[in-house]
Design a protein around this ligand. Sequence first.
Ligand code: WTA
Length: 632
Amino acid sequence: MMEKINSLSAYFKEYENSIEDPENFWSEIAKTFQWQKTWDNTFSWNFNGPDVKWFENAKLNITENIFERNLHTHSEKTAIIWEPNDPNEKSIHISYKELFEKTCQFSNALEANGIKKGDRIIIYMPMIPEAAIAMLASARIGAVHSVVFAGFSSSALADRINDCQAKMVLTSDGNYRGAKNIEVKAVVDEALEKTNTVGKVIVCKRTGSKVQMKTGRDLWWHDVIKNQSLQHKAASLDSEDLLFILYTSGSTGKPKGVVHTTAGYMVYAQYSFLNVFQYEHDDIYWCTADIGWITGHSYIIYGPLLTGATTIMFEGVPTYPHPGRFWEIVDKYKVNQFYTAPTAIRALQAKGLEPILPYKLDSLKVIGSVGEPINEEAWHWYHDNIGKGNCPLVDTWWQTETGGIMISPLAGITPNKPAHASLPLPGVQPVILDAEGNELKGNNVEGNLCIKFPWPSMIRTTYGDHKRCKDTYFSTYPGTYFTGDGVKRDHDGYLRILGRVDDVMNVSGHRLGTAEVENAINEHSGVIESAVVGYPHEIKGQGIYAYVICSINDQAESDLIKEIIATVSKIIGPIAKPDKVQIVSGLPKTRSGKIMRRILRKVASKDFSNLGDTSTLLNPDVVEEIIEGANI
Ligand code: WTA
């Protein structure tokens, strides 16, 4: 059994051990897992490759560590509580034993349909138990899952299928999201017109919507599991075999496939879950993320299930059918740990206190935040009104690439400081670098957040393009992993994340590259060029502001703007829709033709001070025009 850190002094001691003797530190933790063969070497690394390996040459299966390792102690315990979108529909409780059987059954079904170790499977599904079963079955047979958030468009889905050459897509007949029923199967059909690697599609019945089933390609979930055994022998995987690929946005080009491998990810997912949330045996834990994001992978599925926790999967949205839905669910299941995003907190905060009043919320022991910087106002609102002033708030900083929580208070152990992610977890060695790459030591410093030493769940590569991984993360400051975030270490040595320092926006906790949105806008036939920046948004954290140059046409500007927004929704998905579009005659450019985003960001943020010397621009007049026409 993995031991929890239980005091601040134990944390400091464990942190010190992890730095002084990382081999011993991580191998002691790894020993609490079930291995088919143990490792020869705890880890080896070289950030110039990058070439990072953990628990070298060991053999294992992550699902044996969820099931076989733990079943003797909690086979009847509830693994997943599923809460449907509609509160009047019945919820589902799945025990560990049942989840194991369903995972085995679906593993057999995948194999019967030709999926082999190493094959890539796309999961484009709503938040239903089958989505969890799909991930686990993929892991059990050694396939590689790539979950795509079911709000992405067909073209975004097609890009991901093509990038990883997926053999199969798992989806549903429909997806309930609040009052909407989204026809996800039709999105898959459209995506598959642009791909040629997918042989089979398995469709889970959820909404009963009528769907087109293509003969020879499309199969119903309930048919493929029929007659499949409830037993399955787990595949034997190497520590560094791929567990999953998850696509995420960067500052350039299309989203890239972040690759996570089996053993290191597993060890870190459980270690971080247990310690950050201080999970205790009978606790009910709820993370409100979607499994389409890394938070759903590590802290709805893998971390909690490896720990033998009861994890809630919620199909719906925070405000449906009423703005008290989250709190209703907390009371209904007596949730002990609640983990959500600042954007949800701010949206609910905007509804006032009334929606909270009917609920006790007295089961809560720990509340958490993830995905973007939490502003102090939201922090206090959350702490006072949801945590009732007596729940530790864990502000957890991490990324798709880090696989698990890197900087965070440990609940009830690390003293809370509003809006501070605080201190690194044991094994995590952050450094703050200035623009030239010099380390800023000591307190009261601010700079770029990098990690100088490997940790088990770190990104191994970007799928199919190792150079891109190196260029994106390991070249800006050679010898370290560059996070893309700015950070401040305050007078107490506590870390405060300041947000992205690159061209990545964080919109309602979703990562989007400015280039990605620009490319989508440029798909509109009337668009000549565009520039996208983020600006502060009360609820979303950041909103998307697009400056667009259009070819002359006789359309009303408002129609054109509507069309541009619809184009982005079609190319990426509704989450990437610009909040504001300004049609401009030109964009401020340097003499070498580079767009001066700094100016555009300032205008979008209503900050007209210090626009800098614009006289050296290729087209200084355009700045005046942009300011005058600003949509702010
Ligand atoms: C931001 C989500 C401040 C950050 C797990 C990071 C945060 C990006 C926090 C990764 C936090 C995440 N405080 N900023 N507690 N957590 N971020 O890959 O900018 O979707 O680089 O992973 O979210 O987003 P991703």
